[in-house]
Ligand binder design. Structure first.
Ligand code: ATP
Ligand code: MG
Length: 174
C-alpha cells in the first residue's frame, strides 16, 4: 500500500545531492530505494549524495555498464542501473535477489526495466525535470511503499532546512 507522498524542489546538482545526503544520514536499516526519471534527471547525483550520507568515502560513479557497484559505508551500499536491460531478462539468472535489500541499502536506477524486481516495502524517488521562469529545476517526489519507507519520508522532510526565501539551506550546522 502506498502512503503519504511528498516532493521537494531543487535548482542545482548540489541541492539534489544534499537531499540524497540527508536521506543517507537517516538510514539505519536495510532498504530498497528505486529511482525513476528520464536520462539526466539526477538519479546518479542523488545516489552520490545518499552514499555520502551513509559514510561512503569513495567516489560514486554510474553503474550503467556494469549493472551494479558495491560501496562500503555505515551499511553496505548497492548501486544498480538497469537501463541497459530488457524486460524479458530473467531476474533470477542475474543473481541480484540477495541484495534486494540484503543487509544494506540498494539504490536502483531504471528499476522499471525489470518488472517484479521490487519487494513490497520500498521507497520510490521520482525525479522530474522542469523549466519555469527561474530556469530549470528538479522535483524530487518521495513515494513510500510500506511502513518503514513512510517513516523515512516523514523524517527526511523534517530534517531539511529551508532559507526564508524558500531555497534549500545545504549547509546546516551539524
Ligand atoms: N537540480 C539538479 N539536480 C540534479 N542534477 C542536476 C540539477 N540541475 C542540473 N543537473 C545536472 O543534470 C545531470 C544529472 O545527471 P545524472 O547522471 O545524475 O542523471 P541520471 O538520472 O542518473 O541519468 P541516467 O538515466 O543517464 O543514469 C548532471 O549533469 C547535473 O549536473
Ligand atoms: Mg544515472
Amino acid at each position: 500500500m502506498q502512503q503519504a507522498e511528498a516532493f521537494l524542489t531543487t535548482r542545482t546538482e548540489e541541492e539534489t545531492a544534499y537531499i540524497g545526503e540527508m536521506l543517507g544520514r537517516i538510514l539505519t536499516e536495510p532498504l530498497v530505494i528505486a529511482l525513476k526519471g528520464e536520462l539526466g534527471a539526477g538519479k546518479t547525483v542523488f545516489v552520490r549524495g545518499a552514499a555520502r550520507g551513509l559514510g561512503v568515502a569513495e567516489p560514486v560513479s554510474s553503474p550503467t555498464f556494469v549493472l551494479m557497484k558495491i560501496y562500503h559505508g555505515r551499511l553496505p551500499v548497492y548501486h544498480f542501473d538497469f537501463y541497459r536491460l530488457s524486460p524479458d531478462e530473467e531476474l533470477g539468472e542475474l543473481g541480484f535477489d540477495e541484495y534486494l535489500p540484503g543487509s544494506g541499502i540498494a539504490f536502483i536506477e531504471w528499476a522499471e526495466r525489470l518488472p517484479g524486481l521490487l519487494p513490497p516495502d520500498y521507497l520510490l524517488v521520482h525525479i522530474e525535470h522542469f523549466y519555469d521562469t527561474k530556469g530549470e529545476g528538479r522535483r524530487l517526489w518521495f513515494h513510500p511503499y510500506g511502513h518503514s519507507a513512510s517513516q523515512i519520508v516523514e523524517t527526511i522532510i523534517e530534517a531539511i532546512v529551508w532559507r526564508t526565501d524558500g531555497s534549500l539551506n545545504t549547509q546546516p550546522t551539524r
